[in-house]
Every structure is written in C-alpha cells, then in structure tokens.
Write a protein that binds this ligand. Structure first.
Ligand SMILES: CC(C)(COP(=O)(O)OP(=O)(O)OC[C@H]1O[C@@H](n2cnc3c(N)ncnc32)[C@H](O)[C@@H]1OP(=O)(O)O)[C@@H](O)C(=O)NCCC(=O)NCCS
Length: 203
C-alpha cells in the first residue's frame, strides 16, 4: 500500500535509505542527519513524500521529491546542520571511508549536456522533480516501485505539473532499467556519470 509519509515515519525512512543506498555519501552521514534531511521535505511538501508498506505495515520503500521552482531544501539542510555535517564528514574522511573520499574528489566540472530542447523550454512551474525512490532488496521486482512512482506522478499531475524529471547515475543498471520501463526518456547527460530523465504526465 502506498500512503503519504508522516514525521513519525522518519526513523524508518532513514533506515530504508541506508539499506538501499549503502555506497552513497548521504548514508555515511548517519540516520539522525538523514532524518533531518528528509524532515525538510515532509514538512514542506508532504504530498510529494510517499511510502509503501508490506502487509504487516512495515515501510519497505519510499519515493520523494519537490516542485522544480522550489529547490532550496539541500541548501537549507546544509545551513541548519552545517557543523554536524562537517564534523561527520571529517570523521568519515579520517576513517578512510570510501564514500566520503569519493564525495571530496567528485568532479564538479563535468558539463551537463541538454538532449531534449522541447522539455527544457517548459517552465519550472510546470515540472516536478523525483529526487529519490528506493525499495528494500527483498521487495524489489514485485511492483512496489511501480506503485510508488505511479502514485507520485499522479500527485504531480493533479497539481498541474506536466513533466516529471529525475537524475540517475549511469552505472545504476537497475535504476536506469526501471525508469526506462516506466517511460522516462533521456533529457540531459553529465558526461558518462549521470543522466537526467523526463516523462510527460497525463493530465
Ligand atoms: C530502482 C528501484 C526502486 C526499482 O525497483 P525494482 O522493484 O527493482 O523495479 P522493477 O523490478 O519493477 O524494475 C526494474 C527493471 O529494471 C530492469 N533491470 C533489472 N535489473 C537490471 C540490471 N541489473 N540492469 C539493467 N536493467 C535491469 C528490468 O527491466 C526490470 O524490470 P523487469 O524485470 O520487469 O523487466 C530499486 O531497484 C531500488 O530501490 N534500487 C536502489 C535505490 C536506487 O538505485 N534508486 C534509484 C536511484 S534514486
């Protein structure tokens, strides 16, 4: 079952995140900071934060994002938790955590190349962004992810959004395969590292 997330779900959401994104820098920040990160979205755009539950009502996946013209959540998270993030980041670097070193070395100069002019011309007020979708390993391939993304697109469409945009790392074979199966097409590319996908939503 898919439902809107509540603030009381935050610890379960953070736990699912850490299991689904073990290699991500965000995971090495730890559960408490992840909860704070996601709480910014649940508080401000609750309709765009969905969780899916198994038959025992355990949260086994989630899907969340924001409206394209409002993209300052990461900045606000960084501002409000600056010292905790720096402290955690330094600690992880000193421990030799690969994820922290990867983040430090990340090539910020990779150029983003537009692949779909038509989508680009649509104003941000008509676009929604899907920031993250994940489902616990044992629940994959069972339709939970499709239920989540379909519900998410319906919320966006009801709010007058024409397009859903998302980014995925090119080496995430299952993520790329999933989005393409859902009808997403390439909108832009950041070298060989990342792809941005877009899908037109039914009114
Ligand atoms: C991405 C994710 C949410 C998709 O959920 P899922 O339940 O695995 O999705 P599905 O099984 O419905 O679809 C995956 C599709 O990708 C394709 N696929 C599966 N494994 C693949 C692989 N290794 N390489 C390429 N394509 C693959 C298949 O087309 C598959 O659909 P099919 O088996 O019906 O043909 C889930 O895998 C996940 O949580 N991954 C970790 C988090 C993540 O990477 N999120 C996306 C980036 S934000």
């Amino acid at each position: 079952m898919v439902r809107q997330a509540k603030l009381s779900d935050l610890s379960n959401i953070a736990a699912v995140h850490m299991k689904c994104f073990p290699d991500s820098f965000s995971t090495c920040l730890g559960g408490k900071l992840l909860e704070k990160f996601y709480s910014e979205y649940i508080k401000d755009v609750p309709e765009l934060f969905l969780v899916c539950e198994d038959e025992k009502k355990n949260i086994v996946g989630f899907c969340m994002g924001y409206y394209m013209e409002k993209n300052d959540y990461s900045r606000s998270f960084l501002k409000h938790n600056f010292f905790s993030i720096c402290f955690k980041f330094l600690g992880r670097l000193l421990c030799g955590d690969k994820r922290a070193w990867k983040k430090l070395k990340k090539n910020k100069d990779v150029k983003w190349v537009l692949k779909d002019e038509e989508i680009h011309k649509i104003p941000n007020e008509k676009k929604g962004d899907l920031l993250s979708i994940c489902v616990l390993n044992t629940y994959r391939g069972k339709g939970y992810a499709s239920d989540l993304i379909n519900s998410y697109e319906q919320v966006l469409a009801k709010r007058g959004r024409k397009i859903c945009i998302l980014s995925v790392e090119t080496d995430n074979g299952r993520g790329v395969g999933f989005y393409e199966k859902q009808g997403y097409t390439v909108y832009g590319e950041a070298g060989k590292i990342k792809r941005t996908y877009a899908k037109k939503l039914e009114a």
